[in-house]
Design a protein around this ligand. Structure first.
Ligand SMILES: [Zn+2]
Length: 331
């Protein structure tokens, strides 16, 4: 069968690997859609987290974990799934392949796709669980102000969750036209193109500018800021736009570089800094329910579709943040 393998930085090739066998405690899934994740891009761009993000098959590292598909074979001992079942997977790897085998404990990472939800829409489930977790780490209250830096599928998904659950004021910052336009569709209150204006200055103008003891830099007035970009600049901006006392920064991104942060800014603003990675099963169910409720439109986040044979082109398209949000590999 065909599968997309990682050969090295910026080198994805479609290879032939042995079609997986089904074990008694496993199922075989015919892949229908598989999204390219931010973590896949860290593999692609920097060979970062490669072992954790890919599945070894026939000596190749098969990429992809945000997949959906149809169950075409069920092992004797499996009770919870039937042939013909439509499932969305989280955590399981090797998704950019014609067939994916899942067995044992890992079956708990398969979720039945609700009726009326397509395979492609359901393949946006996994990157919806991460922002669900970020949301619950520090839930914005009505009337509070939340600033989101970086409008990939995580940042935009976070905004969808905030909009669906609260009356918090939302501010979104990015430099990509398509991503800013999509924030508009989601109904974000203030959208800032950081290529055209100084995001921090603008946010301070909107939320208030406050003196911070012993600090040269003033503070903004945001209650929560969330970094979904993973670059030193935006994390610094997250710190700065926060209100002078007791604000929360949620870091929901992986950084490809290490850098220096002034810890005094954290101390003197009594800041809470929370790292957000992964999610609980309850949050996956909540994310799936929210998709099924159609209160959020996940389809507006899918910017490109490529068949599996064109996986290399798909990764190139995902690399172009100015024109892409979520690139989907299809069967
Ligand atoms: Zn993912």
């Amino acid at each position: 069968m065909k599968a997309a393998a990682f050969f090295g930085v910026k080198d994805i090739r479609v290879v032939d690997v042995k079609k997986p066998e089904v074990e008694d405690d496993g199922v075989l899934i015919k892949m229908k859609a598989c999204g390219i994740c931010g973590s896949d891009m860290h593999v692609y761009n920097s060979d970062l987290l490669t072992k954790d993000s890919t599945k070894e098959m026939d000596g190749y590292r098969i990429i992809g974990h945000e997949f959906t598909g149809e169950i075409i074979k069920v092992g004797k001992k499996v009770k919870d799934f039937k042939t013909g079942g439509r499932v969305a997977s989280v955590h399981n790897k090797g998704g950019m392949a014609e067939y994916i085998e899942v067995h044992g404990d890992r079956l708990k990472n398969l979720f039945n796709i609700p009726e009326g939800i397509s395979f492609e829409t359901a393949a946006t489930l996994e990157p919806f669980c991460n922002p669900m977790h970020s949301f619950h780490l520090r839930e914005p209250k009505d009337g509070e102000t939340v600033a989101v830096f970086g409008l990939g599928i995580i940042g935009l998904g976070y905004l969808q969750i905030v909009k669906a659950n609260t009356n918090a004021k939302t501010i979104a910052v990015d430099i990509s036209e398509i991503r800013l336009k999509t924030a508009e569709k989601i109904g974000v209150d203030v959208i800032i193109n950081a290529r055209e204006e100084d995001a921090v200055k603008k946010i301070k103008g909107l939320t208030g500018e406050h003196y911070v003891r012993y600090q040269e830099k003033t503070a903004g007035g945001c209650d929560i800021s969330i970094d979904c970009a993973g670059i030193p600049l935006t994390l610094g901006q997250c710190f700065e736009v926060l209100k002078p006392e007791n604000g929360t920064v949620v870091i929901s991104s992986i950084f490809e570089d290490t850098f220096t942060v002034d810890p005094n800014m954290i101390v003197l603003k009594y800041m809470q800094v929370l790292g957000s990675m992964g999610y609980y099963e309850s949050e996956t169910r909540e994310a799936l329910d929210l998709i099924a409720s159609k209160k959020v439109d996940r389809d507006i986040l899918i910017s490109h579709r490529f068949p599996l044979e064109q996986a290399a082109e798909a990764f190139q398209a995902q690399s172009n943040a100015n024109e892409s949000i979520k690139v989907m590999i299809t069967d």
